[in-house]
Design a protein around this ligand. Structure first.
Ligand code: ASP
Length: 445
């Protein structure tokens, strides 16, 4: 059985068991499933553990072996342009669906106040986190790390990417003998990281079961009922973005069959769905790009870590729907000018959001304030917090799919011959068995 089929099975089983425990009110089963959650957390920790070595080694090899720094600049320009454009399209889709369906107009005042009251405390917590957010200038400055080891320790990907690119560019211009030694070393680190990912991924189906079962067992189903239309609008927007924006980009820019593409990359969105974290999924995303889509290291090592940090189309779209929902529920009119402000601020807020669970609801506060909903922030956040975990899972899958779409488009624009690898051709083919070159492990040289 292919790995993605096993992960999907874990996910569906987890959802079904959690649902039964929840609906039938089997508190013992609920407690048991919640007690299993640390197994899932162990998986998240293990896969996150490999992010730093993988990103550094892969970016080092990708950049230093390019031998052409102008190409790096070109890849960077295209990547950022693609990320910005697709995010703006995502926000626009979010605005269109919420204007058409008006989910906030369908909730009465009593339900609204009851929901707000229920999550008041948590909303206060989110607000205080948002208050700690640094200014735009500080955020830009923080891209230059004072200490790259500190950046690595704090899993701050943007400064780590910055340092690694500068360092790798320097490596590419030193004496060939020394340069080759550094590149060979990092090739070894990269290959070993891939092997670790293979090992961790063997446990993914069980971890996914534990994570999903706990979320569903704990989830308040009555909440879903009152926030059903809102949740469906978010999901509908995300599906439109997936099939329309990514579908067209993959078909016409990357020139690949979109459904085969989705099947090939499915490990990444499945892990994203279960972990709600683009950062934790990054090792899987990088391995998928290289092994399933045949994307070169210079492209994947740059586009994907950057994407995990700054490209969050799903988050931006969700923020657009959330703002409109909160405005509608409080009877506040959001005109076309404010909607343009939403496009701008939600795009920027999604760049600022870290690739970790619930980051999007914290940066949502920036968007709410920007359109003049400052007075409704706390109650508004409390209102939608109950279904945030579920929506986070779905939007994170879209975020990760967006990163892989961008990597395919950029790779193709650089003239790469993207081909779907078949299982058993020595390139992984959904099985994720990394082939390690002799020089990397084992072989005494
Ligand atoms: N969990 C999302 C991610 O990691 C961010 C968010 O929307 O909260 O991509």
């Amino acid at each position: 059985m292919q790995l993605y089929t096993k992960i999907l099975l874990g996910l569906v089983l987890g959802a079904v068991v959690g649902f039964i425990a929840n609906v039938a009110g089997l508190t013992w089963l609920q407690s048991f499933l919640i007690a299993l959650e640390p197994l899932g957390d162990a998986f998240i920790r293990a896969i996150t553990m490999i992010v730093v070595p993988l990103v550094v080694a892969s970016l080092m090899v990708g950049t230093a072996s390019l031998g052409d720094l102008a190409k790096l600049g070109r890849i960077g320009g295209k990547t950022i342009a693609f990320y910005m454009c697709t995010t703006a399209v995502a926000v626009t889709i979010g605005l269109i669906v919420s204007n058409l369906i008006r989910p906030g107009a369908r909730i009465d005042g009593a339900t609204r106040d009851a929901l707000s009251a229920q999550f008041e405390g948590e909303a206060e917590g989110a607000l205080s986190l948002a208050e700690e957010a640094p200014s735009v200038i500080d955020t830009l400055l923080s891209i230059i790390p004072r200490n790259p080891v500190q950046a690595a320790a704090d899993l701050e990907l943007l400064p780590l990417i910055f340092f690694t690119i500068v360092f790798a560019a320097a490596v590419s211009v030193i004496a060939p003998k020394r340069r080759d030694a550094v590149i060979t070393f990092f090739e070894g680190v990269n290959d070993a990281s891939m092997v670790v990912i293979d090992w961790i991924m063997k446990t993914a189906p069980y971890a996914v079961f534990a994570l999903i079962a706990a979320v569903v067992a704990r989830f308040g189903l009555d909440l879903l009922q009152s926030l059903l239309i809102y949740s469906l609008v978010v999901v509908a927007g995300l599906l439109i973005h997936l099939f329309f924006t990514y579908g067209l980009a993959v078909r016409f820019l990357a020139k690949l069959n979109f459904f085969t593409f989705l099947k090939r990359i499915s490990n990444a969105p499945l892990v994203a769905f279960s972990t709600s974290s683009s950062n934790a999924t990054l090792p899987v995303t990088m391995e998928t790009a290289e092994e399933e889509l045949g994307i070169s290291k210079p492209v994947s090592s740059f586009v994907l870590p950057l994407g995990a940090t700054i490209n969050m189309d799903g988050t931006a779209l969700y923020q657009a729907v959330a703002v409109m929902f909160i405005a509608q529920i409080y009877g506040i009119d959001i005109g076309i000018t404010e909607q343009l402000v939403v496009v701008l601020t939600a795009t920027l807020a999604s760049i600022g959001a870290a690739g970790v669970p619930s980051a999007g609801i914290i940066t949502l506060i920036i968007v709410l304030n920007a359109v003049g909903l400052g007075a409704q922030v706390q109650a508004g956040i409390a209102l939608i917090l109950g279904v945030d975990r579920i929506l986070d899972m779905i939007r994170t899958s879209v975020n990760v799919t967006g990163d892989l779409t961008a990597a395919s488009v950029v790779a193709r624009s650089e003239g790469e011959d993207l081909s779907f690898r078949s299982p058993g051709d020595g390139k992984g083919g959904m099985g994720f068995e990394t082939q390690v070159e002799d020089s990397a492990v084992g072989a005494p040289s």
